[in-house]
Ligand binder design. Structure first.
Ligand SMILES: Cc1ncc(COP(=O)(O)O)c(C=O)c1O
Length: 380
């Protein structure tokens, strides 16, 4: 669901004409729909409403999906927390007034400065990815007289059935630690003076369009919790990650409420506070990039459209072709494969010069994948 529509041939975002925005602010311009973003957030919040043992789940928007400050502010005002993967993202979340107690810090490579900064800010959880990282957090926390709350990221060895490059739940990936090691790490973490073990974290991948991978993951976690409880490890927070797929074509992804319904009984039984880290689901189809056509040129057998959004603002052309699942691409080769050369190689007539625009649907998400969804023209 989104709030972009054509009215009498003119693209509008909510009640505003894109033409007006462009007239006022120029191009290239990213245009986002706050209403779309909020609606996605509320959908997820409502779907998982009954999941937490003692409170509603905490949704921590995954900042990597889009770290625009206005979007972060919108999310914060709606009650969202944040999932960050760098000191910079943490800084941005705090800058919009986020409550540190609603921030989780993930990522396999946190450096000393970032760990120190996060400790000083008093974040909710470090999502820890390795034994060495755990030891380092313990060391730094000891040095500055803090106790670090951590969730260990486990790797459940579940296939998320998405593109390999955005799969993180299988044991051959670098994410999390396998359940056997996790048990040992958690047990030894109890001995670390500056560590408070308070959570378990799992995130099996992105653009997951099926329910089964979530079910399988939760089954493994449900079986794992009693095993670690026997060792004295109590889990207050269960962070089930993000990964909720969105509709690119053929309406592939299962609705959030169906995913939620399939795992809610297990979540309730586990009795933990529940945390979610959605990114793509929130912002994936909530914006467009408007870029002006500067020139149309022909060379060899091809026609190129040169526009004013280069690779710096439209990374999709470079990134998408390497990372995006087939399902993310439009049929017919509309991706604009050659950076600033937008389109025209798929047999369709290219737009002409002067006041013509491309509208690039920026399907933001993991790995900054953006989708060159469609292009249209504004006749000025
Ligand atoms: C640990 C973690 N949490 C959450 C996300 C957000 O994933 P998505 O945008 O698919 O919801 C990612 C994406 O890479 C991630 O690595």
């Amino acid at each position: 669901m989104d709030y972009f529509s054509y009215l009498r041939g003119e693209l509008r975002v909510e009640d505003v004409s894109i033409q007006d925005i462009v007239d006022k602010h120029g191009t290239p311009a990213y245009v986002y729909s706050g209403r779309t973003i909020l609606e996605h957030y509320r959908k997820l919040r409502d779907a998982f409403a009954g999941a937490g043992a003692t409170q509603a789940p905490l949704i921590c928007y995954s900042v990597k999906a889009n770290s625009n400050l206005s979007i972060l502010k919108l999310m914060k005002d709606e009650g969202s927390g944040f999932d960050v993967v760098s000191g910079g993202e943490l800084y941005r979340a705090l800058k919009v007034g986020a409550d540190p107690k609603k921030i989780v810090f993930a990522g396999v490579g946190k450096n000393d400065e970032e760990i120190t900064y996060a400790l000083e800010q008093g974040i909710l959880l470090f999502n820890v990815e390795s034994e060495e990282e755990l030891a380092n957090i313990d060391r730094i926390a000891g040095k500055i007289g803090k106790k670090a709350p951590i969730a260990l990221r486990v790797n459940p060895d579940v296939d998320p059935q998405t593109h390999t490059y955005i799969s993180t739940g299988k044991k051959e990936t670098k994410f999390g630690v396998d359940l056997i090691r996790a048990k040992r790490i958690l047990q030894s973490a109890l001995e670390l003076k500056n560590i408070a073990v308070s959570g378990l974290h799992v995130h099996i991948g992105s653009q997951i369009t099926k329910v089964d991978p979530y079910v399988e993951t939760m089954q493994r976690i449900s079986a794992f919790l009693p095993e670690i409880a026997k060792l004295g490890v109590k889990i207050e927070w269960l962070d089930i990650g993000g990964g909720f797929g969105i509709w690119y074509k053929d309406k592939l992804a299962r609705p959030a409420k169906e995913i939620a319904a399939s795992i809610l009984p297990m979540l309730q039984k586990m009795g933990c506070k529940v945390l979610l880290e959605p990114g793509r689901f929130i912002v994936g189809n909530a914006g467009v990039l408007v870029t002006r056509v500067l020139y149309v040129k022909e060379s060899g057998d091809k026609k190129f459209v040169i526009c004013d959004a280069g690779m710096g603002v439209r990374v999709c052309d470079v990134v998408e072709l390497q990372l995006a699942p087939e399902a993310l691409r439009d049929p017919g080769g509309r991706e604009g494969r050659e950076g600033r050369d937008g389109a025209g190689n798929d047999g369709r007539p290219a737009p002409e010069r002067k006041n013509r625009f491309f509208f690039v649907d920026i399907g933001l998400g993991t790995a900054r994948i953006r989708r060159f969804h469609s292009w249209g023209e504004l006749t000025c």
